[in-house]
Design a protein around this ligand. Sequence first.
Ligand SMILES: C[S@@+](CC[C@H](N)C(=O)[O-])C[C@H]1O[C@@H](n2cnc3c(N)ncnc32)[C@H](O)[C@@H]1O
Length: 269
Amino acid sequence: MTQRPEWAPSGVDLDRPNAGRVYDYYLGGSHNVAADREMAREAIELWPELPLIMNANRAFLRRAVRYCVAQGMRQFLDIGSGIPTVGNVHEVAQAAAPEARVVYVDINPVAVMHSRAILEGDPQTGVVQADLREPDAILGHPEVRALIDFDQPLAVLLVALLHFVPDGDDPIGLVGRLTAPLRPGSHLVISHASRDSQSQRTAEHQALYSRTSTPMTMRTRAQIEALFGGLELVEPGVVFLPQWRPESSGDVESHPERFTGLAGVAAIR
Ligand SMILES: C[S@@+](CC[C@H](N)C(=O)[O-])C[C@H]1O[C@@H](n2cnc3c(N)ncnc32)[C@H](O)[C@@H]1O
């Protein structure tokens, strides 16, 4: 039995790896336990670029948030927000627009508890424990309603989340229900693990995640584009993580397909 760290509420299973805590390990965080690290190390052995890919995903998230602020977004609903790490959405958004409001949503109690701890007393942010597969519960949640004005444009972030939703749970339908009430000018941000450039590793990687409570479904570019449900993609469309509106030469890679994750942003007209 693993000794329970103070950041893990009782009831959190520490003997089984958890996708959110494995991701925290890839990013160099401290909210992970032996089972997570063991799985992460196996995954890295199979796929040495994984920590780089996760950092490229965080860099995409930061660029997408800055893009949304530049488009006038002042409210953000970050679903599958994860365990807080450097460059959280509220920090990036508020650096550009101090009045920006952010609600974080995650199914994982460790992510929720830690988010609450760092955001306590901040009237511009909220934290909700909820499941993406119940979009009406998210949209109607009192904490969401208190901070988000659905008569104003909203950015919905589903970053590195939808590959944890199997086809049987109808991810296209779920995204459609989340975006249906958004007013024109709103934006939808998605990044997703793809299977296109790394097909030989896909099966082994998915097999590792089947140990967690959130198995992984890596998708093709066409399947990821379909998640936008016909909304208008802003330039450059769905591309490998470092290719989405790079801000500096450090974002640009000579082999962006190494990063495997695909990302895009759509505008609601
Ligand atoms: C890889 S992390 C991504 C964190 C952050 N969005 C980022 O890109 O850096 C995925 C997060 O999605 C959460 N998650 C998985 N399935 C979920 C669901 N059905 N509803 C809400 N959150 C979920 C996990 O708990 C985890 O914290």
